[in-house]
Structure formats: structure tokens, C-alpha cells
Design a binder for this molecule. Structure first.
Ligand code: NAD
Length: 278
């Protein structure tokens, strides 16, 4: 199965479906990523704060898959945004991953109280120019943060990775991204299992109509909206299930019903709010 790619503003392509490893414990990461690579995933999303970059790197090394066939993302943690700390942070991440470069490096959160995210973005530009990351982007940035970093540097992020699932669609961030050529990556695409997304009739009825599971229907919704998505599971059968989403397509009506699951008052959010996370 070849996963479709989407073009980034850097000129590089990203596989639209990947494997995320948030909360995969360090000692399980190698096995989970090995399972994912065996299933066919070629895009892995990790972060320094997940403390599992070594396991990700070990699985990559053991797989024997040529580096150019893989797309690896990692993220700069919030306490390394100031001064030249991002340069040390990327080198540490690359060491742990056993790689010469990552495909995508992200500022993890804006942490606006510290007011160092624009400095972090300027350093990510240097990191890209030094060849240590092919593309650079941000995570959890709201339009006000995106406007600021573009105003300060003139460089538009390739992606913004934000919490996004049917009950929390972040339409203002998506509109900013569409207007500026930034791709949206959906984190928590299944709502992190924290609300009964997979029991919503709009989801279960679409799934039943196509003979797929509710999780597959939701992953398909992300793909059809044009988002990049990397659901997480440690269980091999679910890792395989979440990859098996290219044999069907949701109808426009099914997509519209799932679109309707956002209460539009912010109450669907399951993770931290970027303005409160410092
Ligand atoms: P997710 O929405 O992918 O939810 C994962 C949970 O969903 C699993 O723990 C499991 O309980 C359930 N699940 C997975 N597959 C299933 C299936 N087939 N059927 C039923 N239940 C299933 O949430 P996530 O892991 O938080 O998000 C995905 C990835 O996004 C992460 O692994 C990480 O890479 C990234 N992420 C980024 C940030 C950020 O701040 N940038 C924050 C959180 C996550």
C-alpha cells in the first residue's frame, strides 16, 4: 500500500498517514515502531519530550529501510526555545535517533508567557539552512502566534500540528493555514480515546456503510479533509487497522455529518490550550 503524499512549502513531500508515538514508553517504542514499519508506515512522529527517540532510532536502524524512504518528525521542547538552545536540542535529538537529519522539526508549543517562540522559530530556520531538518514547522500555534513568527522572520511554517478531531476542528487555525500554504497535522485524531468519538452515530453509521471500524472512518475523515494524520496505538492489530484506510472513501454526506460533531464552543478540546500551556 502506497500512502499518498502531500506537498509542503519547502518543496518536500510528506506521507499523509504516519505513526505517532506520544505516550509510548521508551522501552516499548522500538517494538511499536518496528511493528509500524512492518505494516508499511514510513512516517513517524516523535518529540524530544516523549523520551522515546532512541527507541524510534533503533527500530529505524534495524529495519534496513533506506533513509530516503522514511519521513521522521521530532520536536523542540519548550524549555529549549531561548538563545541558541535549539541548536543543541536538534543535535541531541539527531544523536538519539541515529540520523544525520530529520524530515521535519517543530517548535512544540508557543508557551506565550515565556515569549521565546519567535526566537525558536528563527533558530529552526538556521537549523533548516544547516541541513539538519529538511522542513520546519510549528505545533499548537494559534493564528496570533503564526502571524508573529511570519512577521518577525518572513518564513511561513511548512506545517502547524494542532489538536484536531471531529469535536474540535480549529477552523480558525485551518483557515490561516489554507490562506498561507501551511499544512495542518491533526494530533489526537481519535480524540485520544477521551470522549466517545468512536460511538457517535455519525461515525458508526459511516463505518458500517463501508464495512470498516469507527477508527478507520475517523482516520479517513482526516485524510479527506486534507490533514496529515498519525494515530497512535501500541497494539499491532490496531497499528495495522489504522493503516488500512485506503480501500474506501466517505461520501460528501458522511463527511458533512462528521463535520457537524464540533459544538463550536471549544468544549470538544481534550488536550491543553496553547495560551495556558507554559
Ligand atoms: P490519538 O487520537 O491517536 O489516540 C490514541 C488512542 O486512541 C490510543 O491510545 C487508543 O486508546 C485509541 N486507539 C488507537 N487506535 C484505535 C483503534 N483502531 N480503535 C480504537 N481505539 C484506538 O491520540 P494521540 O496519540 O495523542 O495523537 C496521535 C499523535 O499525535 C501522537 O502519538 C503524537 O505523535 C502526536 N501528538 C502531538 C501533540 C503535540 O502537542 N504536538 C500532542 C499529542 C499528540
Amino acid at each position: 500500500m502506497t500512502v499518498p503524499t502531500v506537498a509542503l512549502n519547502s518543496g518536500h513531500d510528506i506521507p499523509q498517514l504516519g505513526f505517532g508515538v506520544f505516550l509510548v514508553p521508551p522501552d516499548e517504542a522500538e517494538r511499536a515502531v518496528s511493528d509500524a514499519l512492518e505494516v508499511g508506515y514510513r512516517h513517524i512522529d516523535t518529540a524530544a519530550i516523549y523520551r522515546n527517540e532512541e527507541g524510534v532510532g533503533a527500530a529505524i536502524a534495524k529495519s534496513g529501510i533506506p533513509r530516503e524512504e522514511l519521513f521522521v518528525t521530532t520536536k523542540l521542547w519548550n524549555d529549549r526555545q531561548a538563545g541558541d538552545a535549539p541548536h543543541d536540542a536538534i543535535r541531541e535529538s539527531l544523536d538519539k535517533l541515529g540520523l544525520d537529519y530529520v524530515d521535519l522539526y517543530l517548535t512544540h508549543w508557543p508557551t506565550p508567557e515565556k515569549d521565546t517562540y519567535s526566537n525558536a522559530w528563527a533558530k529552526l530556520i538556521e537549523i533548516r539552512d544547516a541541513g539538519l531538518s529538511r522542513s520546519i514547522g510549528v505545533s499548537n500555534h494559534l493564528p496570533e502566534h503564526l502571524d508573529r513568527i511570519v512577521k518577525d522572520t518572513g518564513v511561513v511554517p511548512a506545517v502547524d500540528q494542532v489538536e484536531l478531531h471531529p469535536a474540535y476542528q480549529q477552523r480558525d487555525v485551518v483557515a490561516w493555514a489554507e490562506a498561507n500554504g501551511t499544512r495542518i497535522e491533526s494530533w489526537g485524531p481519535l480524540g485520544q480515546g477521551k470522549y466517545p468519538l468512536l460511538e457517535e452515530p455519525a461515525v458508526t453509521e459511516a463505518a458500517a456503510a463501508h464495512g470498516v471500524t469507527p477508527a478507520q472512518a475517523v482516520i479517513r475523515w482526516h485524510l479527506e479533509k486534507g490533514f496529515v494524520v498519525f494515530p497512535k496505538s501500541s497494539r499491532k492489530e490496531r497499528i495495522a487497522e489504522n493503516f488500512d484506510v485506503f480501500g474506501f472513501a466517505l461520501t460528501a454526506d458522511e463527511i458533512a455529518r462528521i463535520d457537524g460533531l464540533d459544538p463550536l464552543d471549544g468544549s470538544g478540546r481534550v488536550g491543553s490550550h496553547p495560551l495556558q500551556f507554559n
